[in-house]
Design a protein around this ligand. Structure first.
Ligand code: HEC
Length: 148
């Protein structure tokens, strides 16, 4: 093959590779993005709860709720029914967290927040991702204050 023909063949292969990457994106990549979002809002919720800043914690709990609602409609990932697992494993602990952030004492809020983290890890175990271990991180890497 001449060099220019080889170049053309190479360039034509790129859009094909991109197409297959795009068709992949709707399924598995969609789930991992929502997981990152959960982790992000969980981190901010934890910082706000620790600072006993109810108003801010309430804001992030609401963001978590929206992400959880998206996940409830997610459908299947490999052999796992994501929506069903979210409703069974994550939602009950989320509802307790939501209630405690609205009206609970700091100790009860902290307990509910840690129980919620446990439910993340239960689902990771149930879906063969037990190696993804979520834990509280008290560092604040954000250009944001969490104090009330
Ligand atoms: C329905 C079960 C389920 C629940 C509930 C769940 N996860 Fe996941 N999580 C998964 C699966 C499955 C993957 C792997 C996705 C993939 O391979 O694309 C994953 C991957 C992740 C990742 C890796 C992606 C990244 O950005 O590093 C993080 C972080 C994560 N989850 C955080 C959380 C947090 C935080 C919670 C709780 C608030 C949570 N997950 C609740 C099933 C779940």
């Amino acid at each position: 093959m001449s060099q220019s023909k080889a170049t053309v063949a190479f360039l034509c292969a790129i859009p094909l590779a991109m197409l297959s990457a795009c068709s992949h994106a709707s399924g598995e990549a969609g789930l991992v993005e929502k997981m990152s979002k959960l982790q992000y809002f969980l981190h901010k919720t934890g910082l706000a709860v620790k600072a006993e800043n109810n108003k801010l914690a309430g804001f992030y709990v609401h963001e978590l709720e929206e992400t959880i609602e998206e996940l409830e409609d997610f459908g299947q990932y490999k052999s796992h029914e994501i929506g069903k697992l979210v409703k069974e494993i994550l939602l009950p602990d989320f509802e307790i967290l939501e209630k405690q952030v609205k009206q609970g004492q700091p100790a009860a809020q902290w307990k509910a927040y840690n129980a919620f983290i446990k439910s993340c890890n239960s689902c990771h175990k149930s879906t063969g991702h037990g190696f993804i271990v979520i834990e509280h991180n008290g560092e604040n890497p954000f250009p944001q204050s969490f104090q009330k």
